[in-house]
Every structure is written in C-alpha cells, then in structure tokens.
Design a binder for this molecule. Structure first.
Ligand code: GDP
Length: 300
C-alpha cells in the first residue's frame, strides 16, 4: 500500500482488515452490521458501544484463534466516494449486500463500481435467504452476467448466502472475510508516528471538535500533534469504539480524537508532525490550496 514507506519495510507487523458494507437501500446493510456488532464485539466492551464512533472492532474465531477485524459503520456510498476521490481509501475489503428477493439494483452496481475503482476485493453477501421469495441462484446468475463470477461456479468472487435478520451463516461470511484478508497480507509498521484517514468528524457541545481516525500506519498517542486537512491540534484524549479512554491506537484501529482546532472532513488524511508550528503551517497551506482549487474550479 502506498501509505507504507521504505523505512517501514523491515518493521512490518500484521494489521486487522478494515471492512466496508455497501449495497442497495433496504437490502440489509444495517441489519447485518447490527448483528455483527451484537454478537461479535467482546463482551467487556459491549457496554460502552452506545455512542458509536463510526467504526468498531470485532473478534472473529478462525482456526481456534480469534482475530480482530474492523467494520466501518457509517460510510454510505458518498463517504466511500469522497475518500476515494482524496486518494485515501481506508477499506481493505468490501462486502456488498444483495437481497435474494430483489437482486441487483442501481446502488448495487454503484457499490461494485466503487469497490472496483478502489481496487478493493469484493465479497457478496446474498441476504434475506429466509424470505419466501428468495432466489439466491438468480442473484448469482445476475452477478455473473456483469462479470462477478461466484467462486462456487469456478470464478473468483466469494458469495455467502445469509440471513442478516436471523444471523444465519453470518459466521461463514466473517470467516470468508478473514480468508480474503489473509491473502492480502495486510501489514503496517506500528513503531513510527501515525498516518491515516478521518472517517467521521463533528462538533460536540462540551468536547469541541472531534474526529474518528483510522490509523493506517504507525501508532497514534495521546499528546501527539496532528494535522488533518485544514485542522490541527494536540491530541488531548483518545477514545476507543467502546467510549473508553485509551493512550494509543495501533494500525487499523479506529479512535475518536479530541483536541483539534477545527472539524475536519471525512476522507481527510491525518499525520503526526513534530511541532504545533509545523502543524499550523501545513493546515494553513492546505486551506489555501483548497481555496485555490475552488476558485479555479469556478473559473474553469
Ligand atoms: P439497509 O437499508 O441496507 O441498511 O437495510 P436494513 O438493514 O435497514 O433492512 C431493510 C429491511 O429488510 C428491514 O425491515 C430489515 O428488517 C429487513 N431485513 C434485513 N435483513 C433481512 C433478512 O435477512 N431477512 C429478512 N426477512 N429481512 C431482512
């Protein structure tokens, strides 16, 4: 991945995959995410998971071990597109949900196009197989006719038939995710200053600007000075996906960050820098170049 640099190469460690769920409206994205969150988030953390930070870590049992993976909670297609436009896709794997009683619809095609353009492997979840009108075979036919050939038919696209509502085969889906992740050999260097992407941001009445970062390389620590888009500041506090204060976030792990001077935009890249002066300079030049872009876009 382009985020890795020469200096990282001998210090790489495995990192968890980051997964986005996309698909046509009402095909079951939210139901699937909810099911995964309810059943797979470690019990000790589950209590805190009320205030969502836009992503969460789940533990998946594979071969007698449990391995972490991270699900992005929010990004609909717009967020995914915006992140891609900034050249900063955080997603390693895309699950595309297709309802077995409805088949390929416009947003299914859109999701496939996004994943393909970003070069992200696709796993198809054929959902709602519990329904009377479900016809998973027809969905597989439709998908092969647009070039997504199911593994079961000799192609290279894993397709898992599930009922997100009843939880049926969701474990198989998660195992498939981990298999695809393993093939990607996802690595990062945790022993360097952090870089990554903003996946969500906003303004809290008492805490001020907040942002959820996904660390893509390095480790982010409380006290680090960060610049992201036109915002910068010293990290005053980090919160994990359970709302608990933490001191450090390692690669792929989402954290909410408090201490920025402004609200960044989802898709902005963040990096840790040496000093507040450097951070301010970088943020200001970023604001200027954004303004120039806008002016020339208007003129052109
Ligand atoms: P989203 O718009 O893609 O997030 O879809 P939702 O998760 O909100 O689901 C839309 C509707 O389909 C809701 O009424 C869900 O209860 C229902 N639904 C989702 N998954 C299943 C399923 O596996 N089986 C059945 N029967 N209904 C489902």
């Amino acid at each position: 991945r382009e985020i890795l640099e020469e200096e990282d190469l001998d210090k790489l460690k495995d990192r968890p995959p980051v997964i986005t769920i996309m698909g046509h409206v009402d095909h079951g994205k939210t139901t699937l995410l909810d099911h995964i969150r309810k059943t797979k988030v470690a019990a000790s953390e589950a209590g805190g998971i009320t205030q969502g930070i836009g992503a969460y870590k789940v533990q998946v049992p594979v071969d007698g071990k449990t391995l972490p993976c991270v699900f992005l909670d929010t990004p609909g297609h717009e967020a995914f597109g915006a992140m891609r436009a900034r050249g900063a896709s955080v997603t390693d794997i895309c699950i595309i949900v297709v309802a077995a009683d409805d088949g390929i619809r416009p947003q299914t095609n859109e999701a496939i196009a996004h994943a393909k353009a970003a070069g992200v492997p696709i796993i198809i979840a054929i959902n709602k197989i519990d329904k009377d009108g479900a016809n998973p075979d027809r969905v597989m036919q439709e998908l092969s006719s647009i070039g997504l050939m199911p593994e079961d038919w000799g192609g290279d696209i894993p397709m898992v038939q599930i009922s997100a509502l009843q939880g049926q085969n969701v474990d198989d889906l998660l195992e498939t995710v981990m298999l695809v992740a393993e093939l990607q050999e996802l690595k990062a260097n945790p022993d360097r200053s952090a870089k990554g992407t903003v996946i969500e941001a906003g303004m809290d009445k008492s805490k001020g600007p907040f942002a959820t970062f996904i660390v893509q390389n390095g480790s982010l620590r409380r006290g680090d000075i960060v610049v992201c888009g036109g915002a910068f500041g010293k990290v005053r506090a980090l919160f994990d996906d359970g709302g608990k204060r933490v001191d450090v976030a390692t690669p792929s792990i989402p954290v909410q960050v408090i201490g920025l001077n402004n609200v960044p935009v989802a898709g902005d890249v963040f990096e840790v820098v040496e000093s507040l002066d450097t951070a301010r300079e970088k943020a200001e030049s970023r604001v200027m170049s954004l303004r120039d872009e806008r002016i020339s876009a208007k003129a052109g």
